[in-house]
Design a protein around this ligand. Structure first.
Ligand code: SF4
Ligand code: FES
Length: 167
């Protein structure tokens, strides 16, 4: 997949940027602040609909780094949190912290506070997850073991089902 253009949404208090190539429709933004993030609306981000601090909090909940913000009248910049790695069942590995993603030769791909990296090997936007794992029905061994244990338990990975479809 070709990288898509970063989108900008701003008031005079906050600028929110959105990288569609990094969004895996996790919908954390929409669940947190539906007045601002509404997948069906155009524009789909309305920063004028909530105080900047609330928007910043919702942006920080985006696990993939697709969303970022900048406070335009002072206030703390985005901070890296304690390093945390989560392996989503049948999906990407989600990393937060002061994260540098680099190629084998050391070339830096991104330096960010949040990333979702492909585990299925089929992403069109390597090394990032682009949800191809869902399209191809990729299953990991941990997911197979959980399914063998009994009834499906709704997980963070399963909650991807509820995500938006953004152009
Ligand atoms: S990855 Fe999820 S939280 Fe981040 S922008 Fe996309 S839908 Fe919102
Ligand atoms: S894990 Fe999502 S595209 Fe590979």
């Amino acid at each position: 997949m070709a990288r898509r253009r970063i989108q900008h949404y701003a008031t005079d208090e906050i600028e929110v940027t959105f990288d569609p190539s990094r969004c895996i429709h996790y919908a954390a933004c929409i669940r947190r602040l539906p007045a601002v993030f509404e997948a069906a609306a155009r524009p789909w981000i309305r920063p004028e609909a909530a105080p900047p601090e609330e928007i910043a909090e919702a942006v920080r909940a985006c696990p993939t780094g697709a969303l970022h913000y900048r406070l335009l009248r002072g206030g703390a910049a985005e901070q890296a949190e304690e390093a945390r790695v989560r392996v989503l069942r049948d999906g990407p590995v989600v990393i937060s912290g002061d994260v540098v993603v680099a190629l084998e030769d050391g070339t830096e791909v991104v330096h960010d506070t949040r990333v979702a990296l492909c585990r299925c090997g089929k992403s069109g936007n390597m090394p990032f997850c682009d949800n191809t794992h869902r399209a191809i029905g990729w299953r990991d061994a941990a997911g197979d073991a959980a399914r063998a244990r009994g009834p499906e338990v709704r997980s963070e990975a399963a909650s991807l089902e509820d995500g938006p479809r953004l152009a």
